[in-house]
Design a protein around this ligand. Sequence first.
Ligand SMILES: NC(=O)c1ccc[n+]([C@@H]2O[C@H](COP(=O)([O-])OP(=O)(O)OC[C@H]3O[C@@H](n4cnc5c(N)ncnc54)[C@H](O)[C@@H]3O)[C@@H](O)[C@H]2O)c1
Ligand SMILES: O=C(O)C1=N[C@H](C(=O)O)CCC1
Length: 250
Amino acid sequence: MSKLRVAVLGAKGRIGSAAVRAVEAADDMELVAALGRGDKLETLTENDAQVVVELTTPGSVMGNLDFCIRHGIHAVVGTTGWTDERLAQLNTWLSASPETGVLIAPNFSIGAVLTMKFAEQAARYFESVEVIELHHPNKVDAPSGTATRTAQLIAEARRKAGCAPQPDATATALDGARGADVDGVPVHAIRLRGLLAHQEVLLGGEGETLTIRHDSLHHSSFMPGILLGARRVATTPGLTFGLEHFLDLN
Ligand SMILES: NC(=O)c1ccc[n+]([C@@H]2O[C@H](COP(=O)([O-])OP(=O)(O)OC[C@H]3O[C@@H](n4cnc5c(N)ncnc54)[C@H](O)[C@@H]3O)[C@@H](O)[C@H]2O)c1
Ligand SMILES: O=C(O)C1=N[C@H](C(=O)O)CCC1
């Protein structure tokens, strides 16, 4: 059987360089391009890339996806910075290339995907819920894409269940002291040397708390999800948001 022709964008970055090694080590894949900032995107078409793994920056990702979708190259995207406007733009591009698939995964690690799922399930049973994400200090965005998605899923679950707003009597606060408000869920971002990617979801009810915590200790935690995404995205046209859609998680 012919191997899947995969290219990595952001190939010299922290996660991109790990993805390059993972694709090279996968028996069913061939690494056909490994591009960094300033490299020509035409290299992708010249090398017949079927799937691009996009691990760059929020400032670069849209231009890269525009090129990929216009050329019918499927994309697995780990880069953060997703807004409703960006997703709408992506859907417009995809509607002009209906056979192309794009997977955006706020987090490729199975534990982080499960954290989001468990938090979504638990959200309606507790009065209070806050998210704390903890990352290495070289991370350029805050809050993390994972924390933003987690908070959105929590908020949606609470809205559907008709939950009341969270109790919070704060009358005066230093700017930032209560974190960022993501759909009514406070999200706190820690940046600390020594960390990689971690998240806690704290839920509180009468006389009890529940803490759901996940730790990515190494970039290897993201690789099985990236490879799974690359294998599945070519047969999943349109936009898929979240790796959970490629996992059997019911
Ligand atoms: N979804 C996940 O599971 C997951 C996991 C880790 C990191 N991330 C995200 O991936 C992104 C990259 O993270 P990182 O820690 O590797 O950052 P990084 O800064 O180490 O790497 C980004 C790389 O992209 C390169 N780059 C920038 N613009 C480019 C372009 N137009 N074409 C090609 N390369 C370009 C940069 O030069 C850099 O080498 C961030 O958005 C981060 O949040 C996602
Ligand atoms: O290291 C990063 O940067 C990470 N980014 C993603 C996010 O913002 O959620 C996933 C975790 C690691």
